[in-house]
Design a protein around this ligand. Structure first.
Ligand code: ADP
Ligand code: MG
Length: 230
């Protein structure tokens, strides 16, 4: 299937500057297109650059060299504010590093991206409840987020990622801390979202999780070593 390009990286490299001043090459010469409607898994051992690649795809971090396109726009030289606008409007994140606010209700957590998105109160509440219903967790709307199980947290995190109706969902190890059964439930939800047309990229190091995707991109030492469609 031919997809319209959504995100394109051309010869992207990323290095980190270490404390002793050395450059550490985390990604080297990555050329990659994520098409609209695709469901891709990024795989590779620990330290291979998966999270770094995800941060660049999500415009949370910028490349050290190379070009990046979002839809048909070259965003390589975008300012932090312009990148923040793309993130808020077009990208839904399910990352361990943006966890839910504890001692805050599930509903408030899911409403938060819409506060930044300038959406008015009644509509925020309505949309948040719809997304929680979609993720089959509307009954927990008034619960405190620190009272949820791991699987429930992930369903709420996905609901929150969806509320701005982003073009793409990026998920870094969304099943990382879950038991096998719950992990597969979460992947079933993600698969359904993809069937409805949402573009999805998930990082995983588990083969059976990666098989939900239609494409497996493998990294090793910051390079793409294979990119296969299934
Ligand atoms: P993965 O997600 O595949 O485990 P990462 O993208 O997190 O890999 O990291 C790739 C490499 O870059 C690792 O060797 C890691 O130690 C290094 N790295 C990641 N973030 C930083 C940072 N902020 N400063 C220095 N090195 C980093
Ligand atoms: Mg990682």
């Amino acid at each position: 299937m031919k997809h319209t390009p959504l995100i394109r990286l051309e010869r992207v490299s990323k290095h980190y500057i270490l404390e002793n001043g050395d450059r550490y090459p985390a990604l080297t010469d990555i050329t990659l297109t994520i098409g609209q409607g695709e469901f891709a898994a990024i795989m590779g051992p620990s330290g291979s650059g998966k999270s770094t690649l995800m941060h660049i795809l999500g415009a949370l971090d910028t490349a050290s060299s190379g070009c990046q396109f979002f839809r048909d726009r070259d965003i390589s030289a975008y300012s932090p504010n312009q990148l923040a606008e793309i993130r808020n409007r077009d990208i839904g994140f399910v990352f361990q590093s943006f966890n839910l606010l504890p001692r805050t209700s599930v509903l408030k957590n899911v409403e938060r991206p819409m506060v930044y998105g300038g959406i008015e109160k009644n509509e925020r509440r309505q949309r948040a409840l719809e997304m929680l219903a979609l993720m089959k967790i509307a009954d927990k709307a008034e619960s405190m987020s620190n009272r949820l199980s791991g699987g429930q947290v992930q369903r709420v995190a996905i609901a929150r990622a969806l509320v701005m109706d982003p073009a793409i969902i990026l998920a870094d190890e969304p099943t990382g801390n879950l038991d096998t059964k719950t992990a597969h439930e979460i992947m079933e939800f993600i698969k359904e979202l993809n069937k409805k047309g949402k573009t999805i990229v998930v990082i995983t190091h588990e083969e059976d999780i990666a098989r939900y995707a239609h494409r497996q991109i493998r990294l090793l030492d910051g390079r793409v070593v294979s990119d296969t469609h299934t």
